[in-house]
Write a protein that binds this ligand. Structure first.
Ligand code: HEC
Length: 120
């Protein structure tokens, strides 16, 4: 009996460590931190690359919304449509459609925009 419990315990530990590994891959290894100054290249760009560029970069971006270069990302931020869409604000198409970004990532993007969408 003890043996079974022991193996079960090991299995649970093993599975839960897998779970965290996977989460790291899904959300990137950068720790989401909303207290420090936000950097485009270190925090914002990886979010866009992971969540947006698959549809919004290249020759024929979805919905005619071009992203994928700093200039294009900044222009979208300045138009208000970037934040409108990721915050699921009314009047904007929610982006990404099926699954809202984590609130930490939304806050970081908000801070980046508020600080002037710098190329930092
Ligand atoms: C699976 C493809 C896909 C992904 C991923 C995606 N979008 Fe979109 N996006 C679309 C399509 C299609 C449209 C145009 C149709 C619509 O508005 O629903 C659109 C429209 C938009 C618009 C215009 C919305 C408006 O109402 O003005 C913005 C802004 C936008 N996307 C930003 C983003 C951002 C930022 C991300 C990443 C966080 C993202 N999208 C991820 C497909 C995508």
């Amino acid at each position: 009996m003890f043996r079974i419990l022991f193996f079960f315990g090991i299995a649970v530990l093993f599975l839960s460590s897998c779970y965290y590994d996977k989460e790291d891959q899904l959300y990137g290894t950068t720790i989401c931190d909303t207290t420090a100054a936000v950097s485009y290249s270190k925090q914002i760009l990886p979010i866009f690359q992971r969540e947006c560029y698959s549809c919004h970069s290249g020759g024929s971006p979805s919905g005619g919304i071009a992203m994928g270069t700093y200039a294009a990302d900044k222009a979208l931020a300045s138009s208000g449509r970037l934040y409108g869409s990721i915050s699921y604000a009314s009047g904007y198409s929610p982006m990404p459609k099926d699954r809202k970004l984590s609130s930490c990532n939304i806050t970081m993007i908000k801070k980046w925009i508020a600080a002037g969408s710098l190329n930092n």
